[in-house]
Design a protein around this ligand. Sequence first.
Ligand code: ZN
Length: 198
Amino acid sequence: MNYYSDYIGKMAEELSRLPGIGPKSATRLAYHIINMPKDQVKILTDSITDARENVRYCKCCFNLTDSELCPVCRNEKRDKTQIMVVENPRDMAAYEKTGKYNGVYHVLHGAMSPMLGIGPEDIKLKELIIRLQGDVKELIIATNSSLEGEATAMYISKLVKPTGILVTRIASGVPVGGDLEYIDEITLLRAFEGRVTL
Ligand code: ZN
């Protein structure tokens, strides 16, 4: 028998699907939302719906954006001959925060993982190879230094090297298994500046 509203139970169940939200937090949030003014709840739900409806992939680099091209790809001052490959938009944001990188990006949306059955066709790799047919001088591989990130870097390097494009990998300084987004800017810059040719 349910001691509380089915609606609250359902909301808590849905909230608990979010990362980092356990059943207890979900229930607490559900009660909090029930006590919020109705117009506040509408602002919250609209913001979720609007973001989900309107945010899409940049048609060039696959960053998340509100328009056809993301601000980096739209920027005429960015060096389009230098492409940095990252696993996700959060990694890209981390590099953008340093303000020192003037090239463009390619967001893979994941990394290859034989263990999880994620192959090259499950990430935005084909799209990268198509981009490389343009005028590209350097491909900087900035995938995470996890097993998956390293495997992906190796795979891309093997694929791209025969084209004659310079392929580099960000240096150590990024701790093994470390997610780029959590690493401070100085470490990130050091990794970038100390990148090595593959
Ligand atoms: Zn873009």
